[in-house]
Design a protein around this ligand. Structure first.
Ligand code: ATR
Length: 297
């Protein structure tokens, strides 16, 4: 049985084992997928060890997405652009890095029927997550794409870095006063501390949409803001989470899983607070850190 895993720290709350167990069952693939806690200081050694153990592929989550990029034999153009890797494919002598986050967002927007073309799009935040989504958003030809951040130099740096893909309008949150957008995408990590960037009123056009890369409790502040703006729809990032996993699964296994039922099941788990470690009947249970990793000196 081929083995896969997600590595990160902390990893206890990762939904990836449950998602991939569902994908495996749905597509009839015989594989195992586990969650492994890997501290930053041991990243390089653990990657080499997991390769040696014969793992076929890995997902990478916080806080290692940037560091792993520098430890790969090579990385895809989109991972290079994002400066981050979330998927590793096994190759002779090491790992090849890719990044499916942008593809995951695009697939989720399609699934939800949220259009980009000819719409005024605002992205809140200018961190690592934004680097992964700007190129695919620009490829869909929005009427304009603004990136707004607390710290003003980051949007300017992003506008420069992505100028070959299309124009990015650099903004600070306060400088958005008087501007109107059809879609606001929250890519800040503010929700994880229960916060929401301070924004001027009137940002969202009538009929405008609000999409959050966060989900669960971290989605609440943005959801509250969007409700106050009378957004026509407010979506969280659970769909993107499942779609980026589906893209990784396809890279590894050559088959793209259906995502709608998996998103619905995950949503039930998140809403009811069920543990992520769900046993899917008739299939290999997702496992967590059962691999005895070698001691580090
Ligand atoms: P990620 O990988 O999730 O993008 P990151 O690279 O640390 O994480 O970026 C976090 C983003 O959320 C940044 O744009 C950050 O703004 P600053 O660059 O000004 O720090 C934004 N952010 C985090 N907490 C915030 C808060 N309380 N209010 C507004 N923006 C916040």
């Amino acid at each position: 049985m081929e083995r896969y895993a997600v590595i990160g720290q902390p990893i206890g709350h990762s939904r990836s084992p449950a998602i991939h167990a569902r994908f495996a069952r749905q597509t009839g693939q015989d594989l195992s997928y586990e969650a492994l806690e890997v501290p930053g200081a041991e990243l390089q050694a653990r990657l080499a060890w997991l390769h040696q153990q014969g793992f076929s592929g890995l997902n990478v989550t916080l806080p290692h997405k940037q560091a792993v990029a520098g430890l790969c034999l090579s990385v895809s153009a989109r991972a290079q652009q994002a400066g981050a890797v979330n998927t590793l494919l096994r190759a002779d002598g090491g790992w090849i890095g890719d990044n499916t986050d942008g593809e995951g967002l695009m697939a989720d927007l399609v699934r939800l029927g949220i259009g980009i073309q000819d719409r005024r799009v605002l992205v809140l935040g200018a961190g690592g997550a934004v680097r992964g989504i700007l190129a695919p958003l620009l490829a869909l030809r929005p009427a304009c794409l603004a990136v707004s951040n607390r710290n003003p130099w980051k949007p300017e740096a992003l506008a420069e870095a992505f100028k070959l893909h299309g124009p990015v309008l650099p903004r600070t949150h306060l400088a958005l006063k008087g501007e109107v957008y059809d879609l606001v995408i929250n890519a800040t990590s503010a929700g994880h501390s229960g916060a929401m960037p301070r924004l001027p009123g009137g940002l969202l056009a009538a009929g405008g949409d609000a999409y959050d890369l966060s989900y669960g409790p971290a989605h609440a502040p943005f959801a509250a803001w969007a409700a106050l703006q009378a957004a026509s729809r407010v979506e969280d990032g659970l769909g993107m989470l499942v779609e980026q996993a589906a893209a990784a699964f396809e890279l590894w296994r050559g088959v793209r899983p259906q995502t709608t039922a998996v998103v619905a099941a995950l949503r039930r788990q998140v809403q009811t607070g069920t543990d992520a470690d769900e046993v899917v009947p008739g299939h290999q249970a997702p496992r967590r850190s059962h691999v005895e990793l070698p001691p580090q000196d």
